[in-house]
Design a protein around this ligand. Structure first.
Ligand SMILES: Cc1cc2nc3c(=O)[nH]c(=O)nc-3n(C[C@H](O)[C@H](O)[C@H](O)COP(=O)(O)OP(=O)(O)OC[C@H]3O[C@@H](n4cnc5c(N)ncnc54)[C@H](O)[C@@H]3O)c2cc1C
Length: 448
């Protein structure tokens, strides 16, 4: 094995070729001579859901902040998505959103929503990354552990097995290894095996279950909106469903519930679950539409955050990001955007730091700030349910009492809804909802 000098930026390894790994490789390609993505699954040349990322069959909404970053990272991607059938629309105009016992007021928000299947989005991004001259994607290559120097202070590469049956062991050297292996990342185990502590974990148990189905989309299926979201009024209701248009004239419908109240998969029971939602907008479409897939399910037990920023010892040359750092209750649609924001931090620290030594500390400190906001937003909403178990963020009950009024104000006040959409899309800080102009509008009630 030949190993590059750790002081140089010759070779970077990314573990995982899902979205966080692809974003990472794109950024590292600006900073390293060569980048290799190692992916455990065989990766084909068409849009498909792989074993290592079963969530990709389910509806994925991309927040406006994520879409903005992705457009910066991958110029021309938007054109490719639209050519392939993605639908881009103004969020405020396009979404018919029932939430807290009322429809939010549709208005022109200036925030763009891209409606596309998760596998088609990833396939386009993967094609882009695969065309970068200094990036290689090695699929059917499972990383099994870290290679370190003798005193175990520096990661020098990875041990891996390659081939569809994992038949060949190999060692690959690198100046930096970035773990984007998702929630199931073995980073904690690997760190322990070379003498470091695992990160502390924060968990909020939500017991969410999803069931998703694709349907044929006809032009007049939905009038006056392009997407529908039906969200519950917690703790009274526990069910939700979203209907988004995706490429090839299809609808994707995900229905879900908290704390074990999950949608069934049997056809008529699935429809009945959707029929029992407080409004009929999604039922009206899917009860008449032709199903194009089975009903796929996914169980998500808890939001999970790994506190790498609290570690005081860590090997040089190793970073972790994406769902491997934080996987959020998917109902809030934050994972892809959080990964994109974390990768922006990676880009920034690599620009600022001339050498890689000590990079991990600055990286994890800054990542923690990026994760804090979506984590607290998701956790606060989940703690509206008394069944939620975990560390409750400070002032959750007070925040939720005020946000309930914000949600109700969005039914009639486009100024409040506009600010709420910006916060939800991670385009503005949550504190902006406490601006006196917004507080006054929220508290006075009434229409605009
Ligand atoms: C049901 C559900 C719905 C969701 N909906 C949304 C949504 O609406 N909006 C949103 O933004 N986010 C959503 N998310 C989250 C989103 O899917 C993830 O945040 C996003 O895919 C980024 O994840 P990732 O790349 O970090 O990890 P993953 O997508 O989990 O990918 C990890 C990759 O690493 C590979 N891998 C793992 N171990 C190894 C190894 N040892 N060696 C090599 N390769 C390895 C895996 O095969 C996989 O390809 C949802 C999640 C779920 C579960």
């Amino acid at each position: 094995m030949t190993l590059d000098s750790p002081k140089q930026r010759i070779h970077a390894i990314v573990i995982g070729c899902s979205l966080a790994g692809l974003f990472t490789a794109r950024v590292l390609s600006d900073h390293f001579e060569r980048v290799t993505i190692l992916e455990r699954d065989p990766v084909g040349d068409h849009p498909e859901s792989r074993r290592g990322q079963p969530q990709t069959r389910h509806l994925h909404g991309l927040l406006a902040q994520g879409f903005r970053i992705i457009n910066d990272l991958f110029p021309d991607l938007e054109d490719a998505l639209v050519k392939g059938g993605a639908i881009i629309s103004d969020m405020g105009e396009a979404i018919r959103w029932y939430h807290f016992d009322g429809y939010k007021k549709q208005f022109t928000s200036g925030l763009h929503a891209v409606s596309v299947s998760r596998i088609f989005l990833e396939w386009n991004i993967r094609n882009y990354v695969a065309r970068l001259p200094n990036v290689a994607i090695q699929s059917a290559c499972a990383v099994r552990g870290l290679v370190t120097n003798n005193d175990r202070t520096q990661v020098l590469g990875v041990h891996a097995v390659t081939g569809n049956d994992g038949e060949k062991e190999t060692t690959i050297g690198a100046n930096i290894v970035v773990d984007a292996a998702g929630r199931g990342s073995s980073a904690g185990k690997w760190l322990e095996s070379v003498g470091f502590d695992r990160p502390q974990e924060d968990e909020v148990k939500v017991g969410v279950g999803y069931a998703t189905r694709l349907y044929r989309r006809r032009p007049n299926d939905l009038v006056g909106a392009r997407l529908v979201m039906i969200s519950p009024t917690p703790p009274r209701q526990k069910h939700m469903s979203f209907l988004f248009p995706v490429e090839h004239d299809r609808w994707i419908v995900s229905a879900g519930g908290w704390f074990g109240d999950h949608p069934p998969t049997e056809e008529s029971a699935y429809l009945e679950f959707i029929r029992r939602l407080p409004v009929s907008d999604i039922y009206d479409v899917v009860s008449r539409a032709e199903p194009l897939s089975d009903v796929f399910t996914y169980k998500f037990s808890s939001s999970l955050r790994r506190r790498y920023e609290k570690l005081t010892r860590f090997p040089e040359g190793y970073l972790v990001l994406g769902d491997a750092i934080a996987s959020f209750n998917p109902i809030y649609g934050q994972g892809m955007t959080s990964a994109a924001m974390q990768v922006q931090v990676l880009d920034s620290v690599l620009h600022q730091e001339p050498n890689l030594t000590g990079l991990w500390q600055k990286f994890f400190q800054r990542i923690a700030k990026v994760v804090d906001i979506p984590w607290q937003m998701a956790a606060c909403e989940d703690f509206r349910y008394p069944e939620a178990v975990g560390k409750k963020p400070a002032l959750t009950d007070l925040t939720n009492a005020y946000l309930a009024k914000v949600h109700r104000a969005t039914h009639h006040d486009p100024v409040v809804y506009s600010q709420f959409l910006k916060v939800m899309n991670l385009m503005a800080p949550p504190s902006s909802l406490m601006h006196p102009k917004i507080v006054w509008r929220v508290l006075r009630g009434g229409s605009d």
